[in-house]
Write a protein that binds this ligand. Structure first.
Ligand code: PMP
Length: 456
């Protein structure tokens, strides 16, 4: 991976060694727990937990609001927030109450029966995102998969088009990038692809309407499935007119538009869809809406839902392949209702976005003060720094600015001083429980990390 920074690599390597040694010293109980975990694949409950800046993961003891405490008793200002799963803060009181009531008092999480909360949640999601008819899943991955199956069935077209370097969960079709010659190729490292991804998918860079037009001209794409801004390779914002162009091109070619708001929900109570007046045919959202309990949803336009339900050849009730036994369970839906009704409210977003603005301004000032040619992008309550002088325009540009050593240095330096960023990149997210003091702690520690890096 290439670095576009002017950082002294020798110095960076020495500092990283020093910080890693300190991390090990500070966390003997996490280190021992990891050492003992012989019955887990990769020693962790999920292999992505090996995405580490130190040499072992921090083990969780407890978490409340925007503070996490590890097994060694160290407390952190948590800006990772479960990579958005805890955007509502950890165990917010209204969600705890709703879960307690549904699971302990009333019971029936796996009763395979609807509750009245479902219609409340559907109506609220419609108010926020516009889509008229909602269905539930337990993860955004599944919501995307099921939406993909539906749009293929409805259009009779085989392919889905994605942005290069997108992430929509472990969806086979999405693991495609724009290759060096401009054509779509499999994303490096993909595990167990069922067929060559170019049989199922097409790809274009975000902000490249000419590329999108070329791909859609084949008229074999059922839907364009995109985040309105990329958030999983740093934040790559759409340029003026880009999303209007996407909608025009999709309409002109009979292609449906699926907007995945799982991360871009940070833009406001109705995500980018509401903030930017987008008109998708399908909206997908996962992670945050359950307030920490697994939940996701996809919403169809009324017209699309009608088309699907009127197709006698599609088995939407039994074995047709859209759904899961535990999806739409009463517990997840009770948690989602509590999250939307009482926690991630319209008013809460105002405070979260103000905090992210304070964070972004502070980071920009810190980079300038140390003459570092780096940038920071904000999308509502989310902000992310990248080792590029100006924010990337495309996924490939953002990918090429990846600098694992620098990422690791900043992550471990911050963790050693009580601040957690999301492990996959340099992202920070604000919850309703995040405070000015936590933002300022991050800025103080970041400034210290940069000063050590650039001082002669
Ligand atoms: N969509 C987007 C935009 C995501 O960022 C992610 C996860 N990072 C997913 C879908 C998948 O979510 P999950 O892993 O919870 O299924």
């Amino acid at each position: 991976m290439t670095s576009v920074t002017s950082v002294d690599r020798r110095r960076l390597a020495d500092l990283l060694d020093r910080e890693r040694a300190e991390y090990t010293r500070l966390h003997p109980r996490s280190a021992a727990a990891f050492d003992r975990a012989e019955h887990l694949f990769g020693r962790v409950p999920m292999t992505w937990m090996l995405k580490l800046a130190g040499s072992f993961p921090l083990y969780l003891d407890s978490a409340r609001g925007a503070t996490v405490t590890d097994l060694d008793g160290v407390a952190y200002a948590d800006f990772a927030l479960g990579d958005t799963g805890a955007m509502a803060g950890h165990s917010p009181a209204p969600v705890v109450e709703a879960v307690q009531r549904r699971f302990a008092e009333l019971g029936g999480a796996s009763a395979m029966m609807p509750t009245e909360d479902g219609e409340w949640v559907g109506a609220e999601l419609t108010r926020r995102f516009g889509a008229a008819r909602w269905s539930f899943a337990l993860s955004a991955t599944d919501a995307n998969r099921w939406a993909i199956r539906l749009v293929r069935a409805l259009t009779g077209r085989p392919k889905i088009l994605f942005h290069s370097y997108c992430y929509h969960g472990t969806v086979d079709e999405s693991l495609i990038v724009v290759g060096r010659g401009g054509a779509g190729v499999a994303r490096e490292g993909n595990v167990g692809a069922p067929v060559d991804v170019t049989h199922t998918s097409r790809v274009a860079e975000i902000n490249d309407l000419a590329g999108l037009e070329r791909e859609l001209a084949h008229e074999d794409v059922a839907a364009v499935l995109i985040e309105p801004a990329l958030t999983n390779i740093g934040i790559v914002l759409p340029e003026d007119g880009y999303l209007d162009g996407v909608r025009e091109l999709t309409r002109a070619t009979g292609t449906l538009l699926i907007i995945d708001e799982t991360h871009t929900f940070s833009a406001g109570p109705g995500g980018c869809t509401r903030a930017w007046s987008l008109e998708p045919d399908v909206v997908v959202i996962g992670k945050a809406i359950g307030g920490g309990i697994p939940a996701a949803a996809y919403g169809l336009s009324a017209e699309l839902a009608e088309r699907a339900l009127s197709r006698a050849d599609l088995d939407l009730v039994d074995m047709g392949g859209v759904g899961g036994t535990l999806a739409g369970n009463a517990l997840s839906i009770a948690a989602t209702r509590a999250t939307l009704e009482h926690v991630l409210t319209d008013a809460a977003f105002d405070g979260m976005i103000a905090l992210a603005t304070r964070y972004t301004d502070g980071v920009r000032t810190a980079f300038a003060a140390h003459a570092l040619p780096w940038s920071v992008s904000q999308l509502g309550a989310r902000a992310e720094y990248r080792f590029l002088p100006t924010p990337a325009r495309t996924g490939t540009e953002a990918h090429e600015a990846t600098d694992v050593e620098l990422d690791d240095y900043l992550h471990v330096y911050l963790a050693n001083r009580g601040v957690l960023l999301t492990p996959f990149h340099d992202m920070a997210l604000m919850s309703p429980a995040t405070t000015d003091e936590q933002v300022d702690l991050h800025l103080d520690v970041l400034r210290a990390a940069l000063a050590e890096l650039v001082s002669a």
